[in-house]
Design a protein around this ligand. Sequence first.
Ligand SMILES: *Cc1c(COP(=O)(O)O)cnc(C)c1O
Length: 357
Amino acid sequence: MRTWLEVNTKNLRYNIGKIYEKIGDRKIIGIVKANSYGLGSIEITKELIKCGIDFFAVATLSEGIELRKAGIKEKILILGGVFDDELKEVAQYDLHIALSRFDQLVYIHKNKLQVKCHLALETGMGRIGFNFEDVEKVKKYVKENNLTNIIGVYTHLSVADEESEENRIYTEKQIEKFNNFNGIDTIEYRHILNSGGILSYSDKDNGNYVRVGIVMYGICGERWIDDFKPVISFKSKILFIKTLIEDMDISYGRACHLKKGEVIGTIAAGYADGFKRGALNKMTVKIQGRDCTVVGKVCMDMLMVKIPEDMVEKIKIGEEVILYGDDLVEKAKEIGTSTYEIITGINPRVKRVYIEE
Ligand SMILES: *Cc1c(COP(=O)(O)O)cnc(C)c1O
């Protein structure tokens, strides 16, 4: 293997156990959108099923179909909204949708489509979802037409993972609005808490499900969670080692100048694998537990690091390199991005490997 993403399934199950401790008698919707945050949608879903989870959420129709085709029989909700011309397939694959348009509800009814809906409420995310005034129209329509396909209601918290007094007040308002929703008798599923919500607000809402995303990987709000375990390591290998025979500029743009005698290692991963181009000559990768500085610009398929003098004798071709591991959160911060963006940006050519230790 050249470059791979290691997923520690044992730690994943451990973290799910921790989440169960926090949520009382609520149940879990496993969020497996975007290829399960880049970790592999089918494998992660199967792992979560082992933990007793029987409800999943994806972002798009095609992600839902992918799970069905892999034999996943559990409930699947599409959170990202769907277009009307996708509804036939939604019904065919028995997927649930997030509903946030009245005309879509009418469309579903008029076309006699068997589509189960979770009513999305706008409470402060500013993305999709019904305003509370429009919900009244939905309730009326549901009653008049005896609709039974609105089976869930949910909303999304925008700052549950950011600790400040102001954000706490904002989040509590969102939760209060959600808690006050009622009036559709066929609703079985009420869910509001995301990762940040589960950790900080699980005594506040009246939902019976929670939506578990990045918290299952031991991360929330760009922090490691105490008592949880890291799940993700993005790894590669040393492909080539050279001692500079003269002073030399490294990589595109000649943005790094090194001296004769210095040793560089070329690593078999680049930005096309998902290693981010961060601040020049400031990023590091781990080799034999040591942080080694990435020198020059990261290339598409390779990157170069400076090998510290005392390590030169000890390293060899094929040596394992950790690009992002238990420093993922810190690195995301350094680069000025989020852990979500890094892990979902790890590309398909990177093999996903599932380990138990
Ligand atoms: C992505 C998403 C989640 C999960 O978010 P985390 O921060 O990873 O917990 C939950 N709910 C909705 C609606 C989402 O889009």
